[in-house]
Ligand binder design. Structure first.
Ligand SMILES: *[C@@H]1O[C@H](CO)[C@@H](O)[C@H](O)[C@H]1NC(C)=O
Ligand SMILES: *[C@@H]1O[C@H](CO)[C@@H](O)[C@H](O)[C@H]1NC(C)=O
Ligand SMILES: *[C@@H]1O[C@H](CO)[C@@H](O)[C@H](O)[C@H]1NC(C)=O
Ligand SMILES: *[C@@H]1O[C@H](CO)[C@@H](O)[C@H](O)[C@H]1NC(C)=O
Ligand SMILES: *[C@@H]1O[C@H](CO)[C@@H](O)[C@H](O)[C@H]1NC(C)=O
Ligand SMILES: *[C@@H]1O[C@H](CO)[C@@H](O)[C@H](O)[C@H]1NC(C)=O
Ligand SMILES: *[C@@H]1O[C@H](CO)[C@@H](O)[C@H](O)[C@H]1NC(C)=O
Length: 434
């Protein structure tokens, strides 16, 4: 009997517990359900708004992202100015891509301010807001609803002056494989709009100088889009699209180290010898011609300090890699020519002066800095600044070097300004004789 009663009680107790459990579970899960629903309906959007406010000071962010800018530094510097002008026109925040290897590209490892001075840039473009690539990447990462995209390629034509806009077949695979766009958390699929815009014959030469208000208006209309991220690239554009402005100013750390060296060298003669495209069989003769020229110049001016900027591989242990992205083969003749020159004069270079050694303390991986300094990189900017301020600037004659380049032109133009406005320099450019 006792047993049965106890058993019945126990059963009742367990049953009650069970009911209580069910009740509690239901109420918890109902509660949970409501909360999830709340989050979905009410809080998801506001969270993105918060994130947008944090990164761009507005409820919605609209970015212009030039993920790769073509050509080497002197040129992509100019192209980037055109992009700043476009960003201003269409009122988008421009993403400042990484830099490295003498280029501006989201594939590189250094932040934009490794090469350029952001304070000076915002003084030059007070109406343009910008964000570093790393911050932009964080923004997209944090968002619940990933940003939608539009892709624009700008190109020009040799013969057709018309502005044309057309839809392109999406090339998502190329963006993912070649440009590794997948690192950015963007909404990108075959329904993303790809536009190709032909800007007529504009931007064909680096000396172009037109305000091009009609092109600005055309672009404003064609680049109208609600997409949060406008990916932009350009093909075959070799010069400014609008009025030509002075290049983007370089980072303070580079300016600082160049002015320290200039103080030490002053007065000095700077030689620019870009061996690329020089005739191999002329190399020794070229070096002898330069030695003769310099003997005379040092004698007549009394200036003995010589700085050499070259694409010849200067960095030690760099496996004969030239300091130019387009100069691939270094031959015995190049080495002989350099020996002829180096045995006649004490040559100062960015390597011999150790003026870039301070970069070792730059917050970057050692390996990345090594890659930067053994090929083409920040030393090209350093050289350019030293060439610009030299008392005498000496370039090579035809046959000995790449005679004409936008790099040399930039040096000459800036020297022309200095020459006109400031008596501190003695020539714009002279060429030694073969
Ligand atoms: C592309 O993405 C959009 C937005 O996420 C989506 O609505 C659409 O279905 C996707 N299209 C394809 C073809 O995957
Ligand atoms: C986009 O479409 C192309 C051709 O229509 C196809 O080959 C490709 O796989 C698609 N890519 C994606 C990411 O859906
Ligand atoms: C500029 O150079 C001087 C002298 O070498 C150095 O003491 C100073 O820290 C440098 N400043 C910057 C901003 O690099
Ligand atoms: C030597 O340099 C002076 C000017 O610096 C020039 O007038 C003269 O022609 C040069 N002589 C030779 C042999 O190059
Ligand atoms: C560089 O090139 C020279 C001449 O072609 C050759 O003698 C030398 O071994 C090369 N050095 C390296 C590190 O490859
Ligand atoms: C010139 O020679 C010196 C010592 O002989 C050497 O350290 C330096 O690297 C050489 N410079 C160039 C540009 O070859
Ligand atoms: C001339 O240029 C030098 C070097 O760039 C600079 O130190 C000097 O202040 C300038 N002088 C004038 C009058 O602008």
């Amino acid at each position: 009997m006792n047993f049965t009663i106890t058993s019945l009680r126990t059963t009742f107790f367990i049953f009650t517990l069970f009911i209580l459990f069910i009740f509690t579970f239901c109420s918890i899960s109902r509660h949970l359900y409501i909360e999830l629903k709340d989050i979905e309906e009410i809080t998801l959007e506001p969270l993105d708004i918060e994130i947008n406010r944090k990164y761009c000071g507005a409820n919605k962010c609209k970015f212009l992202f030039p993920y790769v800018v073509e050509e080497q530094e002197t040129q992509c510097n100019r192209h980037f100015i055109s992009l700043m002008q476009i960003a201003q026109r269409i009122d988008r925040i421009i993403v400042l891509p990484n830099v490295g290897g003498s280029s501006i590209s989201s594939l590189k490892s250094f932040p934009f301010d490794f090469y350029y001075n952001l304070d000076e840039l915002s003084k030059r473009f007070p109406k343009v807001k910008f964000i570093l690539q790393k911050e932009f990447q964080k923004w997209a990462n944090e968002l619940y609803n990933k940003p939608d995209t539009i892709h624009v390629s700008l190109r020009n034509s040799r013969s057709n002056p018309k502005y044309i806009s057309q839809y392109d077949i999406p090339f998502i695979d190329k963006l993912l494989k070649k440009y590794r766009i997948g690192r950015f958390d963007l909404k990108l699929n075959n329904s993303t709009i790809f536009k190709r815009i032909n800007v007529g014959k504009n931007g064909r030469g680096s000396r172009q100088n037109r305000e091009n208000n009609d092109l600005k208006e055309f672009l404003s209309a064609e680049l109208e889009s609600n997409a949060e991220v406008m990916l932009i690239t350009q093909n075959e554009i070799r010069g400014p699209l609008f009025e030509r402005l002075t290049p983007m100013p370089y980072a303070r750390h580079i300016i600082n180290t160049t002015s320290n060296l200039i103080k030490k060298l002053n007065p000095y003669i700077a030689i620019h010898w870009r061996m690329e495209r020089g005739q191999i069989d002329l190399m020794s003769k070229c070096a002898e011609g330069l030695v003769t020229y310099l003997r005379n110049l040092t004698l007549t001016t009394g200036i003995t300090n010589i700085y050499l900027a070259t694409d010849y591989p200067l960095a030690e242990n760099n496996n004969n890699k030239s300091q130019s992205r387009t100069f691939h083969y270094i031959y015995e003749e190049h080495h002989i020519a350099m020996k002829i020159l180096n045995s006649s004069f004490n040559l100062n270079t960015w390597v011999s002066t150790h003026m870039l050694d301070y970069l070792k303390s730059y917050p970057a991986k050692e390996e990345q800095l090594q890659i930067e300094l053994e090929g083409t990189g920040i030393q090209g900017i350093f050289d350019k600044l030293i060439l610009i301020q030299a008392d005498y600037f000496i370039g090579g004659p035809k046959g000995c070097c790449r005679f004409d380049s936008t790099y040399t032109n930039h040096v000459m133009e800036t020297r022309e300004e200095l020459f006109k406005n400031n008596g501190s320099i003695k020539n714009i450019i002279d060429r030694w004789e073969l």
